[in-house]
Design a protein around this ligand. Structure first.
Ligand code: ZN
Ligand code: ZN
Length: 541
């Protein structure tokens, strides 16, 4: 009898623990290139069941900032999930100059693995190996003795791979050549049956055949510039960037099925695979917490092509809001209301098109690095009699041949400082620092703090340039991101679902606070190189 009682107590305890301590599913949502203001610029046009449901019923951090530069996709996804900045996780950019290789390195490139799910060779030579610290997804895997599943999905390889971490069950991304979602042998040798079936439908073609017209009458898009304006890049094969878009006829000149990426259908397609993964992998079905990392990339492709003030952008967000509404509804049905936890943020913002600002007599401009490159070469020749010290400029950073300089009679510091002093005179340059200075000093605020948090000596350049606000190296149509300024650094931060109380805060929080917050909610370890802190969200006990 006593034994039975003990057993009953034990079972009750297990049940209480399992049901009360953790959500069944954590869904991390990254919206690529989503600025904070997009929540409110289109607020009156959103439905009640999508982003507004998350804001009205969840908790919002209204002053979430990036605390490093450059604000690109790989560093952004890595920072959100590793709880630290490129200085520690090594994700200093999407591509960087690799000194050992003597050429460019892609963030998730891995020649030791192969594509799974398509005949396309290069698309699957990807893994998280270049990311140097664990992600919160890794910590969940370890904490559950690998019983909690982690899956990452995104049209972009890096948007799927970096969030899902090193111990992920799978990451899936889109191959425009085959129209398939693929993975790599880092994760598996064959796609699961549910994904083979999903791929067999070739849904990208179905979406592209629909064409892209505005969701509502075009006159109602009053939050945006006129459809025909000077600040958008048209698709190849179409003279102007105006609606409607007959997408199937544009495919041939715009990368085939890759075209879906720069349309709102790319996000819908991502939602489709996220839902298919929940079903196929039985995510959130038992008491052991699973994690689904979803990154919606089309917002970024549309932003690069058309800029933040285009009707194309407005329409992309109105449709994205509908995707979110459907996603929440399906999560309610599949996992259960209150049983899942969602966090939503972005990997960076995006700049207002500088050409537009310049036409409006506001500051902005375009950087051309070619003249600076020539100037570096002649400066090195004239001052140091060196013709082979300059290697490359990437991500506003100048790479020098460190071993050749060390072998000369000059110090690296002397050469870096000489260039820094020389190049500050260029139009568009706000400030310059050097690797030597970053290695010697610790900066706790200002631009140099952001630069230092984005600097990892083994991968970063020797001379680091910060451009003036709204200056960029880019075409005069469309836009980009990467700067330390608020349009790139302030992004949405929503918490929704499991135990999260309604509310909002204007207190400053940082992008590397997200992962430790998730760890805190789940009572699992912080990612191993965490530099952020948990956000004290109000939760139901
Ligand atoms: Zn991005
Ligand atoms: Zn981008």
């Amino acid at each position: 009898m006593k034994k039975l009682l003990l057993l009953a107590v034990l079972l009750l305890n297990i049940a209480a623990y399992a049901q009360n301590e953790r959500p069944k599913l954590v869904v991390g949502i990254v919206v690529d290139q989503m600025r904070f203001d997009y929540l409110y610029k289109y607020w009156n046009r959103y439905g009640n069941e999508g982003l507004k449901r998350m804001i009205n019923e969840g908790y919002q951090c209204k002053n979430l900032q990036f605390n490093y530069v450059p604000t690109y996709t790989a560093p952004g996804h890595a920072a959100i999930y590793t709880g630290t900045t490129p200085a520690r996780n090594g994700m200093i950019a999407n591509d960087w100059y690799d000194r050992k290789k003597g050429g460019m390195m892609y963030c998730t490139e891995d020649p030791s693995v192969a594509t799974v799910g398509a005949a396309t060779v290069k698309v699957g030579k990807m893994s998280p190996r270049n990311m140097l610290s664990t992600a919160v997804s890794d910590e969940l895997r370890i904490a559950t003795n690998k019983k909690g599943k982690v899956i990452g999905v995104s049209l972009k390889d890096r948007g799927a791979i970096l969030p899902a971490g090193h111990l992920a069950n799978a990451a899936y991304w889109f191959d425009g050549e085959s129209g398939n979602w693929v993975s790599s042998t880092f994760y598996m040798n064959e796609l699961p049956k549910w994904l083979q079936d999903f791929n067999a439908k070739q849904s990208a073609l179905t979406y592209l055949k629909k064409g892209w017209n505005t969701l509502y009458p075009i006159e109602s898009y009053t939050a945006s510039l006129p459809d025909k304006n000077n600040y958008e890049t048209p698709f190849k094969g179409k003279a102007e960037a105006v609606f409607p878009y007959l997408l199937d006829s544009l495919m041939a000149k715009n990368g085939g099925q890759n075209l879906i990426k720069a349309t709102p259908y790319g996000n819908t397609f991502t939602k489709d695979i996220a839902l298919a993964a929940i079903d196929g992998e039985s995510l959130g079905k038992d008491e052991i917490t699973d994690m689904l990392c979803v990154s919606f990339s089309s917002t970024d492709f549309v932003g690069h092509q058309f800029g933040p003030d285009a009707i194309e952008m407005e329409d992309t967000y109105l449709r994205f809001d509908q995707d979110i509404a459907d996603f929440l509804k399906q999560l309610d049905a599949k996992v259960g209301k209150g049983e899942y936890l969602i966090f939503l943020s972005a990997d960076h913002g995006g700049a207002t098109v500088p050409a537009y600002l310049m036409d409006e007599r506001a500051p902005g401009g375009y950087m051309d690095y070619k003249p600076m490159e020539d100037s570096i070469k002649s400066a090195l020749k004239n001052k140091f009699d060196a013709t082979d010290w300059y290697l490359d400029i990437q991500n506003d950073q100048i790479y020098l041949d460190e071993s050749k300089i060390r072998a000369s009679k000059h110090t690296l510091e002397t050469v870096e400082e000489y260039l820094a002093e020389k190049l500050i005179a260029f139009d568009g340059v706000h400030s310059i620092t050097t690797a030597s200075r970053l290695n010697k000093n610790e900066y706790s605020k200002g631009t140099l703090h952001l630069v230092q948090q984005g600097f990892y000596g083994k991968r970063s350049g020797n001379v680091i340039i910060t451009l003036e606000p709204n200056w960029m190296e880019y075409s005069k149509t469309g836009t980009t991101h990467g700067s330390p300024y608020s349009y790139d650094t302030r992004v949405p931060m929503l918490w929704y679902g499991w135990k999260i109380q309604k509310g909002e805060t204007a207190l400053p929080y940082f992008i590397n606070d997200i992962a430790p917050t998730v760890s805190w909610l789940l009572n699992i370890p912080f990612p191993n190189a965490t530099s952020g802190n948990p956000i004290p969200l109000p939760i139901n006990k």
